[in-house]
Structures are given as C-alpha cells and as structure tokens.
Design a binder for this molecule. Sequence first.
Ligand SMILES: [Zn+2]
Ligand SMILES: [Zn+2]
Length: 246
Amino acid sequence: MSTDTITCPTHGESQFAFVCQHLLANPVQPWYCGYPEEDAQWRDAWCAECDLALEREGEWNENNEDEAGIQLICCHCYEHHIGQSVNRLQGPALEAWTKFVDGHCATLSEKQSAMTAQLRLDDYPRWDYYQERAQLVFSGGELPELVADIEFIGTLSTASNTWMWSWANFSLLEGVRSRIAAVRDAGEERDYPHLTVPIWEADMHDGWHMTAIAVEQLQAMGAYRVPSDNGYIFMAILSAQHRPAG
Ligand SMILES: [Zn+2]
Ligand SMILES: [Zn+2]
C-alpha cells in the first residue's frame, strides 16, 4: 500500500487520489474510475467529458490535461464526493430504480418469512459468525445447531451514516466477500449507481434495500442482520443445515 499522504484541512494527514475538476465541482454525475482494490482503494477519477478527451488522445497530455484540471483530493473527501454520485439518477431512470428496489423488497420480505419458518430461526436465542469459514451458526435452542453458509453484503455505519459494500471492504476476509461483486456487475449493466459506488450516505432502509437486491442476485434464501461495533453487518444466507442431533 502506498504510504504517500497529504494534509487535508478537514481530515488531516490522509491518503489521496486524483480527480478531475468537474467531479470536484459537481460530484453528482457518473465517475469514470476503477473499482477499489486492496492496494488501491481510491481510484483516480474523471467525468464523462474528460473520459472522451482521454479516449481521443489515448493518454493524458497537453491537449486534455488543462481542461481536466486534475486535482489531488484526500481519501475521505473522495469518499464523500463519490458517495454523492448515487443521487445522479433522474426522471425515468430514477423511476426504474425505485421500482427495482421496491420489487426486490417485496421479494425479500416473502423470502424472510419462508426462511424463518423453514429453518425455525425463532427457536435460536444465540448466533455466532465465523468469517474464516463464512458461516453463521445459530444455537442455544431446543433444536440442534443450525449452520448457515453466508456472504457479507455490506455494512451500515450508524456512526457515519454510510453504507459500504463488502466488495470494497478489505477489512473483511475474502471468504465472506467472494460473490458480492456479482451485485456490482448487475448494477453496472443497468447503470444503477447505488450498486456500483463503494460507500455512500445511507440509513437502515437503504441497508435493507441493498440487502434485498443482493439476496436476489446471489439467489440466497434470505438475509440476516447482526450488530457490529459501529452499526450493522448485513449477510446473505446462501444455504443452511441443522446439525445432526447428538
Ligand atoms: Zn472532468
Ligand atoms: Zn479530506
């Protein structure tokens, strides 16, 4: 990981990325950038117009650099800016997205009822999750333990009021975030920025909305939400078995 830092007036010493002046002036537009990687979490980004200029020239040079006005931005400011781009949908695109979310929420609610009844989740007072095995284990009830295979969908921070997709969360072990990029791919196909932007301002409703979409995309049985240090982790339950008794 790069250890170069800048000193942000707001956030102090921070890592940074390069962003075109147009995204800084108006972040509520498509961001042309790669997805976060473990050793490059905040990817250099530019707007659609700058992307055309880059394609035209095949590189950044004297013919497109001035107009791009690429600037350094601290990683926290970057997250705040790119997060605002989820609000870029308007008109019919926004209507389609809202419909998409509502449809998935209805499906999730049906799935949750069916799963709770089928697995008798209400029988278990206790749960523990194990990232290394990508399992969630329910115990302490009358029934034998229930072992669920899980994928982490994302985390809702109630400290910063943000949603973070687990494909962008490198503090999680790989085993619990190996499938979730499929949801991002689906978002890219449909141009739904909530599914492709790593972290954005969100509340509990948003957490469940993203979870509903992920459950469908991953063809999971349902979802489970557990508290974490500063909010909640949303997990997809991919399959589950009761451990044989005795
Ligand atoms: Zn630009
Ligand atoms: Zn900053």
